[in-house]
Design a protein around this ligand. Structure first.
Ligand code: SER
Length: 581
C-alpha cells in the first residue's frame, strides 16, 4: 500500500473522516493564487465554523508553492507537492495528536524510535513553554536528549502574516547512514523535518494582535515527497517511486539518462506535473499574462526551454507524452485529471505551438543584442516579453547563459507603464506574477533598503545591491563582499535593521529628474537605463534609493526582521535571505 492510502486508512481507523482534496486554486480566497498548505481550505473551520464532515478530518491536499521557483532543479524542491494532514476541530489536542503521529510513524511505517527526534515550543511572555508536548513525547519513549525546545521562528506556525495560529511540535528523521547521535541538534541537516503538528488556539490579525480562538485545534502537515524519499532511503526526491514512471518516460523520449542530466530533467518533470495539475483544476485556468494563468504559462514555457536544453525536438509531442504519464499516475486520487484530460492536453499543445513559434524569433533578437553588448536594458527585456512572449525569467536565464546582465528594475518600470496605459489589468494583477505588490511584499521592499543601508554600516561603504528578489515569504539580497559574514556581523546588521524599524521612520517618495537624483546621492543599480523622471525613496537619513517601489509609509509597519541565511552567490558576492515576522 502506498503512503497516501496508509495515512488515510490509519486516521479513518481513529475516527477521522477523509475529506477530498480542495481545488488547487482557492475557491473563496483571492489573496493567494494557489493552496500552499493542507490547512488553507480549512481556515473557516479552524476559526469555529462547523465542518459538515465533523471534528476529525484527514486528507491529502494538492499544493503549489512558487517561492523557490529558482531552486527547482535541486534534489528536494518541487513546485507541486501533496500534503498529508489530520485535523482536530476543537476535539482532541496535544496528547492525542502526538500519540497518533508516534503510532503512525513507528507502528504503521515501522520507523525505529531511535531515528526520531522532536522540537517543541520554548515559550515566550504570552505562551508558556510546551511541557505537555515534551512530556507526551517522553512518555512515548523519545529520550530527553532528542527533544529540543525552540522559539517562535521555528516552532510557531501561522499561514502568512495573519490567520489561525499556534505553537507546534515538529518531528525529525535521521536521514543518514552515519550512526544516530545521542543528542539531537536541530541545525544538523541530516535531521530532516517530516511532520509538523500545529496546536492552533490563537488568531493573529495583520497588525499582530493575538486573540484566543473559540476552540483548540490540531493541524498537522506531512510533505509526501519528502517522507517517501526518507522511507525509500534515497537522498534525491526525484529518485523515489513517485517519479519513476515519468523519469523513465523522459529518458526514453529524450534518449538521455537521468544521471548526468539531473537538473534539466528535474525542472522539466516538475513543471510538467505542476502544469497538468493547474490546467486540470476546476477553476479552468488557461495560460495568460496574469495571475494563475501567468504561472501556468511560465511553467510550460520553462519546461519547453529545458527540453531544448536536453536537445529534444520542441515541436514534437513530448509534453503530451509526459502529461499522459502524470495523468495515469494520479488519476485514481484526483478524478479531475481523468475528467479534464483532453483540456489539459489541449492547453499544453496550444501553449507549446505559441511558444515555440515566438521562441526562435525572440532568440534571434537576443543574439543580435548579445553581439554588441553584455547588457539587456529594461526596454529590450520588455520588448522580448511583449512581442515574443519571453517571461522575464527566460530573459534572465538566456542572459546568464551568455554572461549578460538584465535590468530587471527597468523592465518592471516599462511593464508597469504599459499596464497603466492599457488599463486592462488592475494593479492587483501583478500579484505573484512579475512584480508583487501585496502588503507583505511592500514591507519586504522597504526592509531591503534598510538591509542595504545596514550592510553598508557594518561591512563598509562598498556594499551595494547587485541583485534583489522579493516573494511573499522572504527577501533575497546580493551584494559584493569578500568574506563570509561572521555571526557577530549578521547580528549587528539584523539589530540595526530592527532598530530602524522601531524608530518608526517615515518613508518618503519624490519624483525628480535623473540628474537631480544622482546629484542628491541616491543609490541605484543601472542609472542610465532609467527614464528621465525617476522616483527616489528616502528613509529618514538612512537610505536614499532610486526605486520603482512600492514601499510602506513608515518603517514601523515592517515588523521584525530576521536573517535566515547568508551564503555565497558567486565569487565575491554574498547572498542574504531574510524574513519578516
Ligand atoms: N500548517 C502546517 C504546515 O503547513 C501543518 O499542516 O506545515
Amino acid at each position: 500500500m502506498n503512503l497516501k492510502d496508509q495515512f488515510i486508512e490509519y486516521f479513518v481507523s481513529k475516527g477521522h473522516k477523509q475529506i477530498p482534496s480542495a481545488p488547487i486554486v482557492p475557491e473563496n480566497d483571492p489573496s493567494v493564487l494557489f493552496n500552499t498548505a493542507g490547512m488553507q481550505p480549512l481556515i473557516p473551520y479552524l476559526m469555529g465554523q462547523p465542518h459538515p464532515y465533523g471534528k476529525r478530518l484527514c486528507d491529502y491536499q494538492k499544493c503549489v508553492r512558487l517561492t523557490d521557483l529558482e531552486s527547482i532543479g535541486d534534489k528536494t524542491h518541487h513546485t507541486f507537492f501533496e500534503m498529508l494532514g489530520n485535523w482536530s476541530l476543537g476535539d482532541y489536542f496535544k496528547k492525542e495528536s502526538i500519540g497518533y503521529s508516534f503510532e503512525f510513524l513507528t507502528s504503521i511505517l515501522k520507523i525505529p524510535v531511535n531515528k526520531l527526534a522532536v522540537t517543541v515550543y520554548e515559550g515566550d511572555d504570552k505562551i508558556p513553554r510546551d511541557e505537555v508536548s515534551a512530556s507526551t513525547w517522553a512518555s512515548l519513549g523519545i529520550p530527553k536528549e532528542r527533544i529540543a525546545y525552540l522559539g517562535k521562528e521555528d516552532n510557531f506556525w501561522i499561514p502568512g502574516n495573519k490567520g489561525p495560529c499556534g505553537s507546534d511540535t515538529e518531528i525529525f528523521y535521521w536521514r543518514s547512514d552515519e550512526e544516530v547521535p545521542e543528542k539531537f541538534q536541530p541545525e544538523d541537516d541530516r535531521w530532516v523535518e517530516i511532520w509538523n503538528n500545529v496546536f492552533m488556539e490563537f488568531y493573529q490579525d495583520a497588525e499582530g494582535n493575538v486573540t484566543e480562538l473559540k476552540q483548540k485545534n490540531v493541524d498537522t502537515g506531512m510533505g509526501l515527497e519528502r517522507v517517501v524519499a526518507v522511507l525509500e532511503n534515497v537522498n534525491d526526491n526525484y529518485l523515489t517511486s513517485i517519479w519513476k514512471n515519468l523519469r523513465e518516460k523522459l529518458e526514453t523520449i529524450s534518449h538521455k539518462t537521468y544521471e548526468g542530466n539531473e537538473e534539466a530533467m528535474r525542472i522539466l518533470m516538475d513543471h510538467v506535473r505542476t502544469s497538468v495539475f493547474i490546467a486540470s483544476d476546476p477553476a479552468g485556468i488557461k495560460p495568460s499574462n496574469t495571475d494563475q494563468g501567468y504561472i501556468l504559462r511560465r511553467l510550460i514555457r520553462r519546461a519547453i526551454r529545458y527540453a531544448r536544453k536536453l536537445e529534444m525536438d520542441i515541436h514534437s509531442n513530448f509534453l503530451e507524452e509526459l502529461a499522459l504519464v502524470v495523468i495515469e499516475e494520479y488519476q485514481d486520487y484526483y478524478h479531475e485529471l481523468k475528467e479534464n484530460k483532453e483540456v489539459v492536453l489541449e492547453v499544453l499543445k496550444q501553449e507549446q505551438i505559441k511558444f515555440s513559434r515566438t521562441l526562435e524569433k525572440g532568440l534571434k533578437v537576443f543574439e543580435k543584442v548579445a553581439q554588441n553588448s553584455n547588457y539587456i536594458d529594461g526596454e529590450t527585456a520588455f520588448h522580448l516579453y511583449d512581442t515574443y512572449g519571453f517571461p522575464i525569467e527566460l530573459t534572465k536565464e538566456e542572459a546568464t547563459l551568455r554572461n549578460m546582465q538584465v535590468d530587471e528594475e527597468g523592465f518592471k518600470i516599462h511593464f508597469q507603464n504599459h499596464q497603466e496605459k492599457s488599463r486592462t489589468a488592475s494593479a492587483g494583477k501583478f500579484k505573484g506574477g512579475l512584480s508583487g505588490n501585496s502588503e507583505i511584499e511592500t514591507k519586504y521592499h522597504t526592509a531591503t533598503h534598510l538591509l542595504n543601508a545596514a550592510l553598508k554600516k557594518v561591512i563598509g561603504p562598498s556594499v551595494h545591491q547587485l541583485g534583489s528578489n522579493i516573494t511573499e515569504e522572504r527577501l533575497r539580497f546580493d551584494f559584493p563582499c569578500d568574506h563570509k559574514l561572521t555571526d557577530e556581523e549578521k547580528q549587528k546588521v539584523e539589530d540595526l535593521v530592527n532598530e530602524w524599524i522601531k524608530e518608526a521612520i517615515p518613508v518618503t517618495k519624490e519624483i525628480m529628474s535623473k540628474e537631480e537624483a544622482l546629484k542628491s546621492g541616491a543609490e541605484c543599480m543601472f542609472i542610465d537605463k532609467y527614464p528621465n523622471e525617476v522616483t527616489v525613496y528616502k528613509i529618514g537619513d538612512i537610505s536614499k534609493e532610486l526605486c520603482g517601489g512600492p514601499h510602506v509609509n513608515n518603517t514601523k509597519e515592517i515588523g521584525h526582521f530576521k536573517i535566515k541565511k547568508e551564503e555565497s552567490s558567486s565569487a565575491g558576492v554574498r547572498r542574504i535571505k531574510g524574513i519578516i515576522e
